[in-house]
Design a protein around this ligand. Structure first.
Ligand SMILES: Nc1ncnc2c1ncn2[C@@H]1O[C@H](COP(=O)(O)OP(=O)(O)OP(=O)(O)O)[C@@H](O)[C@H]1O
Ligand SMILES: [Mg+2]
Length: 307
C-alpha cells in the first residue's frame, strides 16, 4: 500500500508499529524520568550527495526554533559532515567514550540554535562490534545525559552498509532523500527494497531535494511509488520537496546553515515545513519513545563480541 500527500506538513498516519527486538541482555534503569515521546528520524538515501547532511543541519535548527530540544547523531563518516556545516570542532567523539575517557555529556557539542550534536568519529563503526558489557555501558551513559530530547535526527551515510540499515531499522521514522536524478531514484528504490526484504521495514517518508518546483517533487514521488508498489504493504509517505538554492554554496563556504544565513529564502521555508511535518507525525505509535529504546533497538541488531 502506498500512501502520501502532496503538501508539506500533512503527513499521513503510519499504519503500524515496529516490534521491539529482544534486548534482554541490555540492562538499563527504568525510564520513569523520561516519559516524553521522542521522535527519532533516520535521514537516509541510496545515492550519496543528495543533501542529507544539509537537510539534517537545517531541519534541526528549524525544530529548535519551534521550541524543541533536538539531538543530531552524526553517523556520517564522510568529510562534509554536520560539524563542518555548523563550523564546529568537536573535541571528543564516541571513541573517547568507549575508551573510558569521557562521559556522553562531554561528547555532545552545541550547534546553532541550541541544537546538540553527538559526533561519532569512527565510534559508530566500532558499535557494530561491541561487547555486551560495552552495550550496557552505552545505554547507561544515555541515562545520565543531562538533557532530554524531543527529536533526534540521524545523519546516515548513503547506501546499504550494515550501519545504515541498522540505523534505519532502529529509528522510529525513516526519511528517504532523493532527487530527480534517475540514479538517485533507482538507488532510493533499492534501499527501500533491501530494508523491506531483509529488515521488514515497511514505512518510509520521502523528501525530494533540489527540486525545480512542486511538479518535479511529485514526479519523483510518483516514480518511486510505481516502483515500490511492486512490493506488498510498503507505505511511502510524501513529505514534500526542498527547492534548489544557489546560496547553499555560500552556506557551505561560510560554515553557516542556510536557515540562519537566509531565513527568508524558499528553501528555509521548506525546511521549516519539513520540521513541522516531522514533528506532527503521530507519536502514539512509538511504544516507549525514548532515546534508550532507539539505541537498544540498534544495538540488539549488532552481533556482540564474546571476547
Ligand atoms: N536544496 C539544495 N540546493 C542547492 N544545493 C544543495 C541543496 N541541498 C544540498 N545541496 C548541496 O549539495 C551538496 C551535497 O549535500 P550534502 O553533503 O548535504 O549531501 P549528503 O547526502 O549528505 O552527501 P553524502 O552522501 O556524501 O553524505 C552540498 O554541496 C550541498 O550544499
Ligand atoms: Mg552527508
Amino acid at each position: 500500500m502506498i500512501s502520501g500527500t502532496d503538501t508539506l506538513g500533512q503527513a499521513t498516519p503510519l499504519p503500524q508499529l515496529k516490534e521491539s527486538p529482544d534486548t534482554e541482555n541490555l540492562t538499563t534503569r527504568p525510564q520513569a524520568d523520561n516519559p516524553r515521546p521522542v521522535l527519532v528520524v533516520s535521514v537516509t538515501s541510496g545515492k550519496g550527495g543528495v543533501g542529507k547532511t544539509a537537510i539534517v543541519a537545517n531541519t534541526a535548527i528549524a525544530m529548535s526554533r519551534m521550541g524543541k530540544k533536538v539531538l543530531i547523531i552524526d553517523a556520517n563518516l564522510g568529510l562534509a559532515n554536520i560539524d563542518v556545516i555548523y563550523g564546529l570542532t568537536p573535541h571528543y567523539n564516541l571513541n573517547h567514550f568507549f575508551g573510558g575517557l569521557v562521559d556522553l555529556n562531554e561528547i555532545l557539542v552545541e550547534g546553532p540554535g541550541g541544537v546538540k550534536i553527538l559526533p561519532s568519529g569512527s565510534g559508530l563503526t566500532q558499535m557494530t562490534r561491541l561487547k555486551p558489557s560495552q552495550k550496557a555501558q552505552f545505554i547507561e551513559g544515555l541515562d545520565r545525559l543531562d538533557e532530554k530530547f524531543d527529536a533526534v535526527l540521524i545523519d546516515t551515510e548513503a547506501g546499504i552498509s550494515d550501519n545504515v540499515t541498522y540505523f534505519n531499522t532502529a529509528a522510529q521514522e525513516v526519511l528517504l532523500i532523493a532527487t530527480s536524478d534517475p540514479a538517485s531514484i533507482t538507488d532510493a528504490y533499492t534501499l527501500m527494497k533491501v530494508l523491506f526484504l531483509q529488515f521488514q521495514q515497511r514505512n518510509f517518508h520521502l523528501l525530494v531535494n533540489v527540486a525545480r518546483d512542486s511538479d518535479e517533487g511529485l514526479e519523483v514521488f510518483q516514480k518511486l511509488t510505481i516502483a515500490a508498489d511492486r512490493f506488498f504493504d510498503i507505505s511511502l509517505n510524501y513529505l514534500g520537496y526542498i527547492p534548489f538554492d544557489e546560496n547553499m554554496l555560500e552556506s557551505r563556504r561560510r560554515q553557516m546553515p542556510l536557515i540562519e544565513l537566509y531565513p527568508d529564502s524558499q528553501a528555509s521555508a521548506s525546511f521549516r515545513s519539513l520540521a513541522k511535518g516531522l514533528l506532527s507525525l503521530p507519536t502514539d505509535l512509538c511504544p516507549k519513545g525514548s532515546l534508550q529504546f532507539f539505541w537498544k533497538n540498534f544495538l540488539a541488531q549488532n552481533p556482540s563480541q564474546d571476547s
